[in-house]
Design a protein around this ligand. Structure first.
Ligand code: PMP
Length: 305
């Protein structure tokens, strides 16, 4: 990923892709205190547009606030950086990665005395869990790793350090022949995927864990709530057990990278008919209509680049 043509926005400047480097004594590299976002731009009839940009930028700034990092740019400047990198890299659609980190002036756990930096990069990235997964559903394993407790790392922050837990769970799942991991909270209730929120469907009602299970407050999760309301489907946020997922009619993951990915198995137990269910398919279609600019009701969620 580091060896390619293009431009990356760093601290207000556009830098050549291959020159976008940081020092090995960067504080965030050593102690993991940094915040980031995953954002997507979609090809629409009006050209490339960033989906729910302001909400992502707000979450980035909230994550920074939680970690007591003061981002030295305004939200408008960061929004503008997103538009710039999509444009400058000639992308019609793609994934956008903003990250804020602590600099290399000094080490030691206390970050005081270090500068705070921001970068925004964008590149082309298709279906995160594969095209086949989008159509047929993926196979998921309940992780042996527990999701963060809400008072260990801060679960409403999209913090760099939270992802070592995601990586462990994802690696374990992949090594065991699954496509993705499902993590349970410290009390054993369903929390979320390694990089996705989870929804289940039972008798026409959609359920998702409430955020006290330590799941990230996903922007796609929120989009699904709007879609369900439009489709006249009730969404209930509640504690969910892993066996409720086994006996659900349908299940799906959501996320900026994963979009809406059906889950066809959990721990080798087939969910429903073992393929993408009808509610999931409807939600998925409505999602792609919105992100690709085919639903005028949500035109305000798309920021042209
Ligand atoms: N949970 C985790 C752990 C994630 O990394 C993500 C992806 N950002 C999500 C949920 C989904 O969030 P969003 O829909 O805002 O991308």
């Amino acid at each position: 990923l580091s060896d390619r043509d293009g431009k990356i926005w760093i601290d207000g400047e556009l830098v050549d892709w291959r020159e976008a480097k940081i020092h090995v004594l960067t504080h965030t590299l050593h102690y993991g205190c940094g915040v980031f976002e995953g954002v997507r731009a979609y090809d629409t009839v009006d050209g490339p547009a960033v989906f729910r940009l302001q909400e992502h930028t707000e979450r980035l700034f909230n994550s920074a606030k939680i970690l007591r990092m003061k981002i030295p740019f305004t939200q408008d400047q960061v929004n503008e950086a997103h538009r710039t990198v999509v444009r400058e890299n000639g992308l019609k659609s793609g994934y956008i990665r903003p990250l804020s980190w602590i600099g290399s002036e000094k080490l030691g756990v206390s970050p005081k005395g270090n500068t705070i930096h921001v970068m925004v990069a964008a590149w082309s990235w298709g279906a995160y869990l594969g095209d086949e997964g989008m159509a047929r559903g993926i196979r998921v394993k309940t992780s042996s790793y527990t999701r963060h407790h809400v008072n260990i790392t801060m679960t409403q922050a999209k913090a760099v350090s939270n992802y070592s837990n995601s990586i462990l769970a994802n690696m374990e799942a992949l090594d065991d022949g699954y496509d993705e991991a499902l993590l349970l909270d410290a009390s054993g209730f369903v929390s979320e995927g390694a990089g996705e929120n989870i929804f289940i469907v039972k008798k026409g009602v959609i359920y998702t864990p409430d955020l006290s299970a330590g799941a990230l407050n996903g922007i796609t999760r929120n989009t699904i709530m709007h879609i369900a309301a439009d489709l006249g489907i009730e969404v209930v946020q509640k504690r969910i057990t892993r066996d409720e997922v086994y006996i659900a009619d349908e299940a799906f993951f959501t996320g900026t990278a994963a979009e809406v990915t059906p889950i066809r198995e959990l721990d080798r137990v087939e969910i429903g008919t073992g393929s993408r269910g009808p509610v999931t398919e409807k939600v998925q279609k409505a999602f792609f209509d919105i992100v690709n600019g085919r639903n005028p009701k949500y035109a305000h969620w798309l920021t042209k680049v």
